[in-house]
Design a protein around this ligand. Structure first.
Ligand code: VG1
Ligand code: CO
Length: 545
């Protein structure tokens, strides 16, 4: 099969965001668009000759077609091997694991994660490096540079491969190895957690539900929870991946996974429930009558991880993204281990994990993970919670209350204003940036709150010294409450403004409050300061997590 080189005209805006390139599916489907981006990735990593890659995605619309294009281009350009999940499916954490276990040079993951799927929804592609983690900023910047000048791509003129049969097939001179997407990942989970203790818990009458939201974790959760741990059939809801996620948003939060939240809040709800997102790297944790905020979940996991076999060793440190609440820091302090604050996006945890500085990482956006892979991992978090519950033998609610009584409670919520006018959002951020120096000492809101400090978060990676500026506006108030404002880097329509709100209540304070009520003065102060409502024309957020 002779490689063919075809001319290309570069596309504007192929700039990877928080987690790869995300666009409307129809944008990705334009002639040459995917090819231009894939060729730019290949150019940025100095070619693919002789290399091995892992390829897979969350099964959304265009996943199957895009994989064929990637395989042809890799084969034409001399790659030695591509390891592909059966039917093109791989969850993001499973892909990360395969890259590491198989010592691949990297991976191409097709997903727009929590964004909806379908021809009129979203598609995405990201490149992961040989440690299994998302390409760091230096690499994504090199890709973006390539997209500006890419003028041709090389491919094969070949029929589509059948990706449904396990085993090896040749594509030109490249080997395509089709693997079961679940096997290696499930084996890793079995090493980390006490499956016997969790099985016994379930056999003893503990009830649980897992909502796969019609996305990629369906097969993983069914194999592990129902298959290996003996949970009854039907424990996994919406467990068959579909190209449009059953027309839903595969985003595990109280808005998009409302049926599950309603279930745990009802009298006959299960003891434990969880949900994951499109590509399987996020998690939402619920217990009977209680929603665990992701920031609290990270803190609880850090405080209790030693109960699971994989984490009996001392934790090296805990890392969280800057907008994530400070609850995890309080645990790290008590454990006498390091805590790190990184910009939003899992790519910033890679160096800390590789250097052995952090063991657990987490983000307020329902992402938690550890050094077992280099991505956040939804089912991992669920299994760690189950392992802790099996050891402690108390309810989720009791674990949370006990945590707050020990460390105090960080009331926390994120308010999202989605698909707002991009120019208005950018003007608001620019105005705020210009005013930063004047803000300390200013009183805002009603009742008035005094701003103690204000800045734009800038991060210097403690491992390689790279600097990332403008990672979010931080407002610290005199009463120690905090607000962070930033624009999303994963949206595909207009701008999404994220306002992160938190207020600490000490262990002897009021721990029983309702989250939104506890944060309403802070939300009002932010609105008064930024003019958010007038500027965006919205009087309430679209999503509150
Ligand atoms: C969002 C989240 C961020 C997360 C990212 C990718 O980014 O806030 O914490 O790492 O999505 O998650 P942004 O820029 O929109 O705020 V996933 O599960 O969509 O890959
Ligand atoms: Co995701």
């Amino acid at each position: 099969m002779t490689p063919i080189t075809r001319a290309l005209t570069p596309f504007d805006g192929q700039k990877p965001g928080t987690s790869g390139l995300r666009k409307k599916t129809r944008v990705f489907m334009q002639k040459g668009y995917l090819e231009a981006f894939v060729q730019s990735i290949f150019n940025a990593i100095e070619g693919v000759a002789g290399k091995t890659f892992v390829v897979g995605g969350d099964g959304r619309f265009f996943n199957a077609e895009a994989i064929q294009t990637i395989l042809r281009m890799a084969a034409a350009q001399g790659a030695a091997r591509c390891i592909v999940g059966q039917n093109g499916l791989l969850s993001t954490p499973a892909a990360s694991n395969l890259i590491r276990q198989r010592k691949a040079n990297g991976g191409l993951i097709l997903s727009a994660s929590h964004n909806p799927g379908g021809i009129d929804a979203d598609f995405g592609l990201k490149y992961n490096i040989s440690n299994g983690g998302p390409a760091p900023e230096g690499v994504t910047a090199a890709m973006f540079e390539q997209t500006k000048t890419v003028s041709e791509y090389t491919t094969l003129d070949s029929a589509d491969l059948d990706l449904s049969a396990l085993g090896e097939v040749a594509l030109g001179d490249m080997t395509v190895e089709i693997v079961d997407p679940v096997t290696d990942y499930a084996a890793l989970m079995k090493e980390l957690f006490d499956f016997k203790a969790i099985s016994d818990l379930i056999a003893g009458g503990f009830t649980l539900r897992f909502d796969a939201m019609h996305a990629v974790t369906g097969p993983y959760a069914t194999a592990i929870l129902e298959g290996m741990l003996g949970a009854p059939k039907g424990t996994v809801m919406n467990g068959t991946p579909s190209v449009d996620f059953g027309k839903g948003h595969p985003d595990p939060n109280p808005i998009w996974a409302k049926p599950l939240v309603d279930l745990v809040m009802s009298d006959d709800g299960p003891d434990f429930a969880a949900a994951s997102d499109g590509d399987g790297d996020r998690n939402m944790i619920l217990g009977k009558g209680v929603y665990v905020t992701p920031s609290d979940s990270l803190a609880v996991l850090a405080a209790n991880a030693h109960l699971a076999p994989g984490y009996k060793r001392d934790l090296a440190g805990v890392a969280r993204s800057m907008p994530t609440s400070r609850a995890a820091d309080r645990v790290a302090e008590k454990l006498g281990i390091a805590s790190f604050e990184t910009p939003t996006g899992w790519k910033f945890f890679g160096n800390l994990l590789d250097a052995g500085k952090a063991t657990l990482c987490g983000e307020e956006s329902a992402g938690t993970g550890s050094d077992h892979v280099r991505e956040k991992d939804g089912l991992w978090a669920v299994l760690l919670w189950l392992n802790i519950l099996a050891e402690r033998k108390v309810s989720v609610k009791d674990i949370l209350n006990d945590h707050w009584q020990t460390y105090g409670r960080d009331y926390y919520s994120r308010h999202d204003y989605e698909a707002v006018d991009a120019a208005a959002a950018e003007a608001m951020m620019a105005d705020m940036n210009a005013r930063l120096g004047d803000l300390p000492g200013t009183e805002v809101g009603d009742p008035p709150k005094t701003i103690a400090a204000a800045d734009q978060f800038s991060y210097t990676d403690p491992v390689d010294g790279s600097v990332s500026n403008n990672q979010g506006l931080r407002l610290l108030f005199a009463d120690d409450s905090r607000a962070v404002i930033r624009l999303s880097g994963t949206g595909t329509e207009g701008a999404t403004v994220r306002v992160y709100l938190e207020r600490y209540e000490p262990a002897n304070g009021d721990l029983e409050g309702e989250t939104q009520a506890a944060l309403s003065d802070l939300a009002k102060a932010v609105n008064a300061l930024t003019g958010l409502s007038e500027r965006t024309g919205r009087d309430a957020p679209d999503v509150m997590t």
